[in-house]
Design a protein around this ligand. Structure first.
Ligand code: UD1
Length: 448
């Protein structure tokens, strides 16, 4: 609380300060790196597929599930809904035969935005759902209006009360009805929510201006393995013909194109000869195109393996866009990379409104970047120098670790809980190729 009269902090503000343990990574830069970086299953696919498992009244198994804090949180959300889960290595078995509630708990949904996407499968399966609004996050306000409007088009009654989205399908049996839905923006989450909702609806649903991301196609393939009728996923026009019921499936999650892209950038920025596998090269088309444009040498060692060969790099311009455009989830890593490429680069973020917070941290490491709104104007410098920096979101953490690997001296990346959300065992993977890094915890005074 601020004392508005004297404009000085009041005593209770001071007294809410408390010591807290925070995880950080110490990186000794410019170590020689070589070998293979293995790519885990895609976080964003796995999260959507876990929501998809709610559609099935039998047990399903997912393989190649990454070991991440976000997956653990989604596991907790599903468990709270009555799903029985069993994880053995990278396989996750989910039995949603007896859902005990249609109400997802606020404490969990507020920590993981993707868990909101379960609203589509819950309402399809049960005819009713209560899911808290996920709220904003570090990279922007992130509304859910497209999800809500799509569910209304499918015949659901939606009201938002006390921060909770109440969805009910009128009539006995509570069946959604197929409809034509045009999305104002090709939102990944809204496409996934509505595709899941439509799998059990009566009749045909067409989603126009749908998101084309590979994770949407992966979710459609998983739903198809369970008996859903879906055509066109991966294009901007998806048709779903509702079926009465889905059945068990055993399905493997696609490799994480953003983790793979991050590794490609790490190889290019550290001028290392590295291989990266398994990957699906088509999913990385915009990332590979930009790397080649700046001079990186990338060869395909085998169908699922790329090799980066050290080469001098020059500036370029990038604008983030929905797939197949350049991914917003690779913007921070490329900001790091372009900060040491010869010449002037411009990066414009168009997908999220607050996704440039890594810039100030890179500047602390010696980068020459000016920020104008969501545009970064970068003058390439010869080299970055290690410094203590703070990760402000998941991909910012990857950008800073990448910068630390290439920088002169020691970098300390704080805010590692962001990295743990989305990078499976990153430290060990990096140590295996020769990186010198150590995780430690420190006590920090935070204001609560
Ligand atoms: C997903 C990914 C995230 C990625 C993003 C864009 C998951 C778990 N996360 O997030 O890593 O960065 O796609 O590729 O898959 N929007 C609205 N109204 C809505 C929904 C979205 O205005 O109802 C806006 C968002 O605020 C944002 C833009 O649309 O500005 C794109 O968001 P969206 O594609 O929905 O991203 P997510 O699905 O949340």
């Amino acid at each position: 609380m601020q004392d508005l009269v004297s404009n000085t902090p009041t005593l209770d503000k001071v007294s809410t300060e408390s010591p807290k343990e925070i995880a950080a990574l110490r990186i000794w830069g410019r170590q020689p790196l070589s070998g293979n970086l293995p790519v885990s299953g895609a976080k964003n696919s796995a999260l959507a597929l876990m929501a998809g498992a709610l559609l099935c009244p039998e047990s399903c198994r997912l393989r190649n599930v990454p070991n991440l804090a976000d997956i653990e949180r989604m596991t907790q959300v599903l468990a709270a809904l009555g799903v029985k889960l069993d994880r053995q290595g990278d396989a996750l078995t989910m039995d949603a035969s007896h859902l005990t509630t249609s109400q997802a708990p606020y404490e969990l949904v507020s920590k993981l935005r993707a868990s909101f996407f379960a609203i589509g499968s819950l309402v399809a399966r049960l005819g009713t759902a209560r899911v808290p609004l996920p709220g904003g996050c570090a990279i922007g306000a992130r509304p859910v209006d497209l999800h809500v409007r799509g569910l209304q088009a499918l015949g659901a009654h939606v009201r938002i009360e006390h921060g909770i989205v109440h969805v009910d399908v009128p009539g006995a049996g509570g069946k959604l009805k197929g409809a034509k839905i045009y999305l104002d923006y090709p939102s990944v989450g809204a496409t996934e929510t509505l595709m899941m909702a439509a799998t059990l609806a009566e009749g045909e649903t067409i989603i126009e201006n749908a998101a084309q991301e590979p994770e949407v196609a992966d979710l459609a393939n998983f739903c198809r393995a369970m008996g859903a009728k879906i055509r066109g996923a991966g294009t901007n026009n998806i048709t779903i013909v509702g079926v009465p019921k889905l059945h068990t499936a055993d399905y493997s999650v696609i490799p994480d194109r953003i983790e793979a892209g991050t590794f490609l950038v790490m190889a290019a920025m550290t001028q290392s000869d590295l291989t990266i596998s398994p990957i699906i090269p088509e999913h990385l088309t915009p990332v590979i195109a930009k790397l080649e444009e700046i001079g990186a040498k990338i060869v395909q060692d085998s169908p699922a393996c790329l090799r980066v060969i050290p080469h001098a790099l020059k500036a370029t311009d990038i604008e983030t866009l929905p797939y197949p455009g350049f991914p917003t989830d690779m913007q921070a890593q490329f900001t790091s990379l372009l900060s040491v490429c010869e010449g002037n680069s411009i990066i414009t973020e168009t997908v999220f409104e607050n996704r440039m917070r890594h810039v100030a941290e890179l500047v602390r490491m010696g980068a020459d970047i000016r920020l104008k709104g969501s545009t970064a104007i970068i003058k390439g410098v010869h080299r970055l120098s290690g410094a203590p920096v703070m990760a402000t979101d998941l991909r910012a953490s990857a950008a800073l670790v990448t910068a630390g690997l290439a920088a002169e001296g020691q970098t300390i990346v704080k805010g590692l809980h962001h990295m743990d959300r989305g990078y499976d065992d990153l430290e060990q993977k990096l140590r295996n190729i020769g990186a010198k890094i150590e995780r430690f915890t420190e006590r920090e005074v935070t204001k609560e």
